[in-house]
Each structure stands twice: as structure tokens, then as C-alpha cells.
Design a protein around this ligand. Structure first.
Ligand code: AMP
Length: 295
């Protein structure tokens, strides 16, 4: 496995790979790997000649009061895991390599970015879209592997690919969870045992929602309130709970078609502390509602 930090060297490499007709499976990440990341590496490994992982904690996607500085990092362990998963290249540029002095052009996503995390984290998806556009130009990927954990991000990146004519296929991969059901996240490291217990409210709320919908409940307001209640009762502070059309992220009163339940909540971090001693966690589920029938 080779680690590349220079933008120029990375370009030479990907150009040469393309010239030799290799397919490039690409996984953009911010590091501090867990099984969620590894599941993407494994799929990329199965489906491509060459696997490239980028590791870059992108300052442009963090707000001023967010956890850019505290964001967990462990370069050595990350590299070891990449090597174990037979990743071929890790692109790990410095901040100045990605944003040299004078950098001033940003990609502004459209209405897919206006709700959910886009609303709670102004500028977040602008930072994501900008770095992803840069990484796609550099990595020249054939297929990009993204996690459903960041569902809205996947849709925004798909739209970016369509709008800017990137010759790239996007594959959204399932959320990997702990046996408890907690969705894996690099930010889980902020949680102590108590925090982890509280964080389980997210998956508990999702399961409650799935069961109600399976039983035939279609009233979005009622379902949202139920989910909120579970999150609140567990001692988390709700950031948002939304039930939306899964493709356009538009709201509806009565559920139909392919639906997304997306939630974000602040969980008390415990003594390890995140930004201002609370951790913002997200989770989601997608369901298909057959016309007129039950699931
Ligand atoms: P990050 O390092 O948090 O930017 O995540 C890098 C990629 O891993 C993104 O496409 C995430 O959606 C994906 N990812 C993060 N957590 C999970 C998870 N629990 N299951 C599957 N994919 C994940």
C-alpha cells in the first residue's frame, strides 16, 4: 500500500492508472476508521482493479463552533487498517495542499442541501461538495462508495455528479451498526458508557417507526411525534426528525412511495466530551411503501 500526500503525485498516479485501463474504486473519508468505513473498502476491493481511499479532515465542512479541532484522528491505525483491507493507495493531503493560499472557488449545492443537516449546519454541504469535486478531479474514480449513514450527503453528491458531468458511478452502501444497533460513527468515540446508552434512542426510534409503518400507519405528523418522544424520553436533545420522499427530500403528510426517516440528536457526551460536551449523532432508514397495501 502506498501513501500519497502530494496533489501532483496523486494526479500522475491516477492518470497512469486510467491510461492502463484500470477501474478505480474510490472511498472518500475523514479517517478514524470503523467497520462502516471498512465495509466500503471491502466492496471497492471486490468490484475494482485498484482501490483508492482519501483521508482528509476537511475544514471547509465544519462550522466555527463545530468539532474540527477535536475530530478524532489516528493516522497510524488508519493506515494499518487500510493495508489489512488491501487498499492500494491512500491519498492523505495536508490542508494547504487542498486549500493553498488564494483558494476561493466553492461548489454550492442546491435544494437537496436546504433541509436536514444543511439547515442545522449552514455551509456544511458547500464544504462537502467543494472537497468532493476536488477529490473526484484528482482521483478520477470509476466508482465511488458512500455510506447511507450520510444519506443526504449521498444525494447531494449524486446531484453534483449529474450537474458537473463527472464520469463517475455512485454506490450507496448500507449502514453498519454495532450489535446494539447503534450506527457506527467516528464521533461515537466521544461517548462514554452512559452516553452510548442514551445514543441507542436513535435506533430505538427508528425501529419503532419501522414497526408502526409496517402495521399501516401513514400519518407523518403522528410518526414524527412518536420518534421525537422516544428521543426526548431517553435524554437526548432533538435537532431534527423528518419524514421525507427519499429521492427529492420533499415533505408529505401521508407516507407513500420510497420514504426516508432522518434524525439528528444531541447526546450528552460524558467526560470524554465533544464540542461543548454534547455529541450530535445522525441516523436514518429508508422504506418502500407499496401502493395501497401493507409492507
Ligand atoms: P467519514 O469518514 O465520516 O466522512 O465517512 C466516510 C464514509 O463512510 C462516508 O461515505 C460515510 O457515509 C461512510 N460511513 C460512515 N459511517 C458509516 C456506517 N456506520 N456504515 C456505513 N458507512 C458509513
Amino acid at each position: 500500500m502506498k501513501i500519497i500526500t502530494s496533489v501532483r503525485k496523486f494526479c500522475y498516479l491516477t492518470e497512469s492508472l486510467k491510461r492502463h485501463g484500470k477501474t478505480i474504486g474510490f472511498v472518500p473519508t475523514m479517517g478514524y476508521f470503523h467497520e462502516g468505513h471498512l465495509s466500503l473498502f471491502r466492496r471497492a476491493r471486490r468490484e475494482n482493479d485498484v482501490v483508492v481511499v482519501s483521508l482528509f479532515v476537511n475544514p471547509a465542512q465544519f462550522g466555527v463552533n463545530e468539532d474540527f479541532k477535536q475530530y478524532p484522528r489516528n493516522r497510524k491505525r488508519d493506515m494499518r487498517l487500510c493495508a489489512q483491507e488491501r487498499v492500494d493507495y491512500v491519498f492523505a493531503p495536508s490542508i494547504t495542499a487542498m486549500y493553498p493560499e488564494g483558494f476561493q472557488t466553492y461548489v454550492e449545492p442546491g435544494k437537496l442541501a436546504s433541509g436536514l443537516c444543511g439547515k442545522s449546519r449552514p455551509g456544511h454541504f458547500r464544504g462537502v461538495a467543494t472537497v468532493v469535486a476536488k477529490l473526484f478531479n484528482l482521483a478520477q474514480p470509476t466508482v465511488v462508495y458512500l455510506g447511507q449513514k450520510d444519506y443526504q450527503q449521498c444525494l447531494i453528491i449524486r446531484q453534483l455528479v449529474a450537474d458537473f458531468d463527472f464520469q463517475v458511478q455512485i454506490k450507496m452502501c448500507p449502514i453498519v451498526r454495532e450489535p446494539s444497533g447503534l450506527a457506527l460513527s467516528s464521533r461515537n468515540t466521544y461517548l462514554d458508557e452512559k452516553g452510548k446508552q442514551k445514543a441507542l434512542a436513535l435506533v430505538k426510534a427508528i425501529r419503532w417507526f419501522q414497526a408502526r409503518v409496517k402495521k399501516g400507519e401513514r400519518d407523518a405528523r403522528l410518526l414524527k411525534n412518536g420518534v421525537r418522544r422516544i428521543l426526548f424520553k431517553a435524554g437526548t436533545r432533538v435537532d431534527y426528525v423528518e419524514i421525507l420522499a427519499a429521492r427529492e427530500l420533499s415533505p408529505f403528510r401521508k407516507l407513500s412511495g420510497k420514504i426516508l426517516l432522518a434524525l439528528a440528536a444531541y447526546v450528552p457526551a460524558g467526560k470524554r466530551g465533544g464540542a461543548r460536551n454534547k455529541v450530535r449523532l445522525i441516523d436514518n432508514c429508508v422504506m418502500k411503501i407499496p401502493k395501497g397495501g401493507f409492507i
